[in-house]
Design a protein around this ligand. Structure first.
Ligand SMILES: C[S@@+](CC[C@H](N)C(=O)[O-])C[C@H]1O[C@@H](n2cnc3c(N)ncnc32)[C@H](O)[C@@H]1O
Length: 248
C-alpha cells in the first residue's frame, strides 16, 4: 500500500476531502498511509471492497447492536459491511459516506439486497454531519473514527453525539483508540474467540496479503492458507466496540 500511489494521485480528492486529508496542502501517500487508504477508496474501490468482504465482524458485535430502533445514522459507511446488517434493525437508516465510489458500491448492494428503499446513502464527513440534532436512536461508525481531526477527532465525536437523541446510543465498532473514547465516557465491550480474515480462496489470500500485508504473504503461501489469523497480520480483530448512552 505504501508504494501503490504517488503524490500525483492526490488530485483525485475533492476540495472538501483535501481540506481534511491533506490539510497542509501537499500530501504523499508513500509517507502517509492514512492518505494511501483514502486514495484506495477513490481509485480502486472494488479492490478495497474485496478486502472488506473477507473481514467479517464478530457475531458477538452484531448480536450486541440494538434491534428494532426507529432511526439509525451510520457514519463512514464505506461499502456497507455494517450497513447491510443495520437495514433490518431500523425503520429508517441514513448511511453517510464521503467517498463517491464507495457510495456507488453501497447503493448497488442495497438495491441487490432489496433494501434500497430503507436506507438513504448520502455524502458527508464526521465533523459536519448532514443530519439534524437528536434525529437518531442509534448513531454508529465502524472502523473509521480516529482521534485525528481529518477522520473525526473531537469534532466528529461531538457531531455523532449531537445527532443522537436522548436515551439513544452512540456506538464505535472496531475502535482504534479505546483510551481516547474511555476519556469521553465510552464503555468498552469485547468478544472472545479466534478470528481470521476469511479470503474467498488461497489465491485471493496471496493476492490481497501481497498488497495489504506484504510481510506475511510468504507464510500465507507456505501454509496454503485461505483464512489468515488476525494475530499473524498483527492487527486487532473486529471483535469489539465502545458505546455511550446519551443522557435523558
Ligand atoms: C476502513 S473504512 C470502513 C468503512 C465501513 N465503515 C466498514 O466498516 O466497512 C473507513 C471509512 O471511513 C470513511 N472516512 C474517512 N474519513 C472520513 C471523514 N472525515 N468523515 C466521514 N467518513 C470518513 C472512508 O471514506 C471509509 O469509508
Amino acid at each position: 500500500m505504501r508504494r501503490r500511489y504517488t503524490a500525483a494521485d492526490v488530485a483525485v480528492l475533492t476540495q472538501d476531502e483535501a481540506s481534511r486529508f491533506v490539510p497542509s496542502g501537499a500530501g504523499d501517500p508513500r509517507t502517509d498511509i492514512t492518505l494511501a487508504w483514502e486514495l484506495l477508496y477513490r481509485l480502486e474501490p472494488k479492490l478495497y471492497d474485496r478486502l472488506v468482504n473477507a473481514e467479517h465482524l464478530h457475531p458477538g458485535v452484531l448480536g450486541w447492536l440494538p434491534d428494532n430502533v426507529d432511526r439509525i445514522v451510520e457514519v463512514a459507511a464505506g461499502t456497507g459491511r455494517l450497513t447491510l446488517e443495520l437495514v433490518h434493525r431500523g425503520r429508517e437508516v441514513v448511511a453517510i459516506e464521503p467517498a463517491g465510489p464507495l457510495r456507488e458500491i453501497l447503493n448497488q448492494k442495497l438495491v441487490q439486497a432489496d433494501h434500497g428503499h430503507r436506507a438513504q446513502v448520502i455524502n458527508g464527513f464526521f465533523d459536519d454531519l448532514p443530519v439534524p440534532d437528536a434525529s437518531a436512536d442509534l448513531v454508529v461508525a465502524c472502523s473509521a473514527l480516529t482521534p485525528a481531526p481529518g477522520h473525526g477527532g473531537e469534532p466528529g465525536l461531538a457531531e455523532m453525539e449531537r445527532v443522537c437523541g436522548r436515551g439513544g446510543c452512540v456506538v464505535i465498532v472496531w475502535p482504534n483508540e479505546v483510551p481516547w473514547l474511555a476519556a469521553h465516557g465510552y464503555r468498552y465491550v469485547s468478544f472472545d474467540g479466534d478470528m481470521f480474515v476469511e479470503f474467498a480462496s488461497h489465491e485471493e489470500a496471496i493476492e490481497l496479503t501481497e498488497i495489504f500485508y506484504p510481510g506475511v504473504v510468504g507464510e500465507v503461501r507456505r501454509r496454503g492458507w485461505r483464512w489468515v489469523p488476525y494475530e499473524v497480520l498483527g492487527i486487532n480483530p473486529p471483535c469489539d466496540l465502545a458505546f455511550k448512552v446519551i443522557a435523558q
